[in-house]
Design a protein around this ligand. Sequence first.
Ligand SMILES: O=P(O)(O)OC[C@H]1O[C@H](O)[C@H](O)[C@@H](O)[C@@H]1O
Length: 555
Amino acid sequence: MNNRTLQGPTPLDAFAHNEDLLKQRELLQQTTLKQLFAEDPDRFNRYSLQAASLFLDYSKNLITEDTFKALINLANDAKLSDGIQALFNGEKVNNTEHRPALHTALRNRGDREIKVDGQDVMPAIKDTLRRMQALTEKVHSGEWLGYTGKPIKHIINIGIGGSFLGPKMVIEGLTPYIKEGIKHHYIANVDPSDAAEVLKQVDPETSLFIIASKSFSTLETKLNAETCRQWLIDQGAKQEDVQKHFLAVSSNVEKAVAFGICEENIYPMWDWVGGRYSLWSAIGMPIALTLGFDNFLALLEGAYAMDEHFRTAPLAENMPVLMGLLGVWYHNYMGAASHAVLPYDKYLGELPNHLQQLDMESNGKSVNKAGETVTYTTGPVIWGDVGTNGQHAYHQLLHQGTALIPVDFVAPVETHNPMGEHHRWLYANALSQSRALMTGKSLDEAKAELLAAGKSETEADQIASHKVHPGNRPSNMLVLPKVTPEVMGALVALYEHKVFVQGHIWQINSFDQWGVELGKQLGDTIYPTLLAGAEAPEFDSSTNALINMFREKND
Ligand SMILES: O=P(O)(O)OC[C@H]1O[C@H](O)[C@H](O)[C@@H](O)[C@@H]1O
């Protein structure tokens, strides 16, 4: 293992309050969550808060009042409040690309001016929203017609990464709000099966393709867009009909025009919006087209409410700040290398996928803003899936494995589908998982359970240790009133800001993504060697052999 690969715990020793946190870690080893609850009847009230439409219970975390204070002091050491203001004020927080990161401007529903290089960006944002609204209304009223005069029924997003994951998560998350008669589809992967399977389901006469690409130069998106355009022509449309079936969202208007999209059908993106923060821009067009413009606005409103909370609440009462600091606590002081997000709501199944890009592309960095190698671990591995499915699979490791994995449970108290006892059971499962992680089961309890079930003393002794749950494992419970557009907006904004808080503490640039480049560059050198008749490859023996295996079948 080279010395750039760090494993935790890796305390943040440059900060004045690092020592306090080290001391806290030691003290907490002498107690348990169970004990902390027993000692303090007010623990739930002390460690829970409401922000925008969300409620966070963070009482099942390994903290005491002193830990809490030390974490807030650490945030002050890192000048977090200044960082938050810099983010909102449009300072160039993305220092390697010399840009601000102004996703908050996209959902600024107030009248605050937001300037980039002296120019207020709000008029351009509002103008784009107006254009999105006009298009959405045209499509939904049946005024926008395909090449045979039929209205649009299929919205197909062609995009990848930030131009895919956010819109898909939001639309699936808000399935009950989908407009009648509208179907949504996604083509992201360069795998031909992705496009093939979508094209089998749609009808060329009623399909609207959105080419979503900030750069308009992403290989996968370019190839998929060309394939879809050719498919449309092959199905009987003429070249001039392409305008009726293709839109583009991009900051590269020139390239979109060169592809054949007329300027009127190109919606802007700005370089001060990162791809993984872009669902609030015209990249959210499939959201508006599938759910309606009113619901898109409600999503922005929800995010704005969380923005205002993050921008103005004191650090100790600030939900994204607290979630970010708790992550730092486990990651840098307790050696947690991963973090699970487990939504107890079917519609939120795509949330972990979106958060993987949001968090891991933002904070998977090993140099600080000044380009120096960091001496501490940064972004954790983010993973998860819908509850309760995971309970019958990987929760085994959460309960009895050797790794410390903090969990965020995300659970709405009201369902869109009140059917019998289902939702009550679902919520009960979320609570029982978080409680089981905390309380665990001791050796004595396990043995008593076995004896009560009729096992002999010897058998109980043999099996009991396998049934021990160590417990004392932390989790957050994020309670949503119901998954509505506002709630979804607030939820996603909460995680965006949590990622920002952690990036700020780690002093890294959360808004660039140079790490995705090398693979792309090498792809460009490998692709030509896979062509029929190409010269023998001259890479390492492994790559060469794997190239030859492909060529044997495809030459
Ligand atoms: O929107 P695009 O320019 O097509 O980019 C799509 C995605 O690809 C890149 O490789 C980046 O890793 C992502 O951050 C980005 O969201």
